[in-house]
Every structure is written in C-alpha cells, then in structure tokens.
Design a protein around this ligand. Structure first.
Ligand code: ADE
Length: 241
C-alpha cells in the first residue's frame, strides 16, 4: 500500500488528524515524532516539521527515505497574496517557488542553483483529488469557519511561494505581488519540500488554508485563525481526499 506522508509545520495544523489515525505507532527520528498508521483506508505517516524551509526539508527527506513515504502532502495555513485570495479560502499549490532564493548574478533570481528550475510542479493527480475534496468540504457551511465569522470561501489553484520570512506588512506583500504576479499565497515550507520531493522523484501536494492577508495585521489574524479554525478545517479536507 502506498504510504502517504502528511506533514504540517505547526501542531495546530495537524492535531485534529492525529486522533483519527488507526493502529498508530510513533517513532522518533531527527528530533521529530513520526506517527504511522491508517487513515480512511490509506497507510499514512503524520509528522510535524516545525516552521521554515530547513525544518520542512529535513522532515521531508526523513519521511521519504527513513520511512519510505511514497508521496507527500504538506498541509497548513498561508498568507493570501493575490487579490481575491481571502481568509478562509483554500489554495491548492500547483507550482511552488522559493521567493527568497537569489543567487544572482550567478544564476537567475529564484532559480535553485544547478537545477535549472525556479518552479517545482506538484503532482497533478494528488492536486486533482485535493481540489475535489476541497469542493466537497466547501460546499457546506463549515462550523469552524462560521465560528470565525466567515461564510463564503473559495478554492484557488496555482503558484504558492515560500521563504524564511513571515510576511507581515502590506509593503512586503505588495513587493511580492509585483515581483511574482501569479503568486496566490505565501508560506514558509512548501517550495522546500517540493525541491526535496523532486530530488527523490516522489509526488508532492501542498494544501493551504488562508489564515491572513500577509499584511500589517497578518500576525493577529494568523494567531486567531491557527487557534480557532486551522485544525478542523484541514482535517476535513485531508480526510475527504
Ligand atoms: N503562513 C501563514 N501566513 C503567513 C505569512 N503571512 N507569511 C508567511 N507564512 C505564512
């Protein structure tokens, strides 16, 4: 059976899924707890990476190598960048790019040196199944979103950008929008994991719920969303996928 790794940066993003894992066994490796078991008939590996590209890349490498995960889903929250990507919306990352990668003038800005690539594609089949699951969940009013005062949310598919910065000013997010006009959302792990999955030749998907607009109130919105909504909402989408 294919073992799918489900990775999140924060406990709040994964905590609702953990109790649903049947026959759960925990192995510690590299300072992380890897939870193996079954979820909705799939063999799964759940693990918290911690925040940022290095933490995410190290966790992904362990999941794929030491635990032989055959595919990886990174799930959590992100800051909305594109106009119309609002708090509560869901973004399926079809492409991932490290917005803080800059080895110019040796290599073009954003290009990962010696790979010839700046954008890493997510797996089309995994994305399709996450998109379908998202639509099922979004079709009903979600109690977690309603508690947060959000009624209507949308799904977006496209570019997610990652970097080792929590984007928390309107000026910073405007600069990202200007530099990367098709970027839908910003977070701190997805593109790092995408690079590792490409190295291993294993499929990747990134699913993000928008917790804030990466602007001057991002830190406040992020904290509230993480506390109130993130866990239940991503649990329901991952279960449905
Ligand atoms: N994850 C959630 N919100 C974010 C933001 N504003 N910047 C970076 N990562 C995020």
């Amino acid at each position: 059976m294919t073992r799918i790794a489900v990775v999140s940066a924060l406990h709040a993003e994964l905590r609702a899924l953990l109790p649903l894992v049947e026959d759960r066994r925990v192995d510690a490796r590299g300072g992380r707890d890897f939870h193996r078991g079954r979820l909705e008939g799939h063999e799964v590996l759940l693990v918290l990476s911690g925040i940022g590209k290095v933490a995410a890349a190290a966790t992904a490498a362990l999941a794929l190598d030491a635990f032989n995960a055959q595919a990886l889903l990174f799930t959590g929250v992100a800051g909305g960048l594109a106009e119309g990507v609002q708090v509560g919306d869901v973004v399926v990352g079809r492409e991932l790019l490290q917005h803080d990668m800059d080895a110019s003038p040796l290599f073009p800005r954003y290009e990962v040196p010696l790979t010839g690539r700046s954008r890493f594609a997510a797996d089309a089949a995994l994305c399709a199944s996450l998109a379908a699951a998202t639509d099922v969940v979004l079709a009903q009013p979600h109690p977690a979103l309603q508690r947060f005062g959000i009624e209507a949310v949308r799904r977006h598919d496209g570019l997610v950008v990652s970097g080792d910065r929590f984007v928390s000013t309107a000026a910073e997010s405007a600069a990202l929008r200007a530099a990367l006009p098709d970027a839908l959302a910003v977070e701190m792990e997805g593109a790092a994991v995408a690079q590792v999955c490409a190295d291993f030749g294993r499929p990747l998907a990134v699913l993000r719920t928008v917790s804030d607009r990466a602007d001057d109130s991002a830190h406040v919105d992020f904290e509230r969303f993480i506390a109130d909504v993130a866990a239940e909402f991503s649990r329901d989408i991952v279960r449905a996928a």
